[in-house]
Design a protein around this ligand. Structure first.
Ligand code: PXP
Length: 238
């Protein structure tokens, strides 16, 4: 079974637009779980423009499925993840002001640093995942960091999917086969949506989890969040 982790950053963006607590981010997370999400993802950025550090603290006691915190590993981020005992941390190489994640780690350049950081999370018994492009060289290097999983950055799959889905998925199948052979768990995310998810889920060997925010929340405007989560789970099963 492939787990659906709902990224709730956009709910915080909406709340922050007005101040106050509407919509309620904690309640939204609880409801996502009730409707069938097997995980909740948040991405606290240094400028706290969507999920704030306080949100992370308030979400921790209410999230009963997998709590995945993603972000660039500053010392502040590392402390936040450990304090709040995430079930999984996904490390992304974002710059502080970046709009959204737009590339995976260059593991070759950052190997020593990633090893050090992953050891800290391992010590705290927090599962680690590294955001990577479907690049065989990076997958080959990933086990040297000590990471448990990789998260495949799926933007290029999503972009090419409408034109040529076979071509779009090819590098991801190769990357996943390599990761499985190396004993890495596989997550995936970015720009996955109701249209492109089923083909990805059916074709990627060893896929354990997808983390989806932007499209899922946008689709929920039409279908409602309960239906939307069920529609996503159907895409992951069928
Ligand atoms: N994975 C990572 C590492 C991300 O940074 C994001 C965006 O916050 C996602 C997955 C989810 O992407 P999307 O919002 O396009 O579904």
């Amino acid at each position: 079974m492939i787990h659906l982790s709902v990224n709730i950053n956009k709910i915080a963006t909406l709340r922050n637009a007005r101040g106050g607590n509407v919509p309620d981010v904690q309640k939204f997370a609880i409801d996502c779980e009730r409707y069938g999400a097997q995980g909740i993802t948040v991405h606290p950025r240094p400028d706290q423009r969507h999920i704030t550090f306080l949100d992370v603290e308030l979400l921790r006691p209410v999230v009963k499925t997998e709590f995945n915190i993603e972000g660039y590993p500053t010392e502040q981020f590392i402390a936040l993840v450990i304090k709040n005992k995430a079930d999984q941390v996904t490390l992304v190489p974002d710059k502080p002001g970046q709009l959204t994640s737009d590339h995976g780690w260059d593991i070759k350049t950052h190997l020593v640093e990633l090893k050090r950081i992953i050891a800290i999370f391992k010590n705290a018994r927090i599962r680690t995942s590294l955001f990577v492009d479907p690049d065989p060289e990076m997958i080959q290097l990933a086990p040297e960091t000590g990471t448990d999983r990789i998260e495949l950055y799926t933007e290029s799959y999503a972009r090419l999917y409408p034109e040529n889905r076979e071509l779009a998925i090819e590098p991801y199948i190769k990357a996943a086969e390599k990761a499985v052979a190396l004993g890495l768990g596989i997550n995936a995310g970015h720009d996955l949506c109701l249209d492109n998810l089923n083909y990805f889920a059916k074709n990627i060997p060893g896929l354990l989890e997808v983390s989806i925010g932007h499209a899922l929340i946008s689709e929920a405007l039409y279908y409602g969040i309960e239906n939307t989560i069920q529609l996503y789970n159907r895409q992951l099963k069928g």
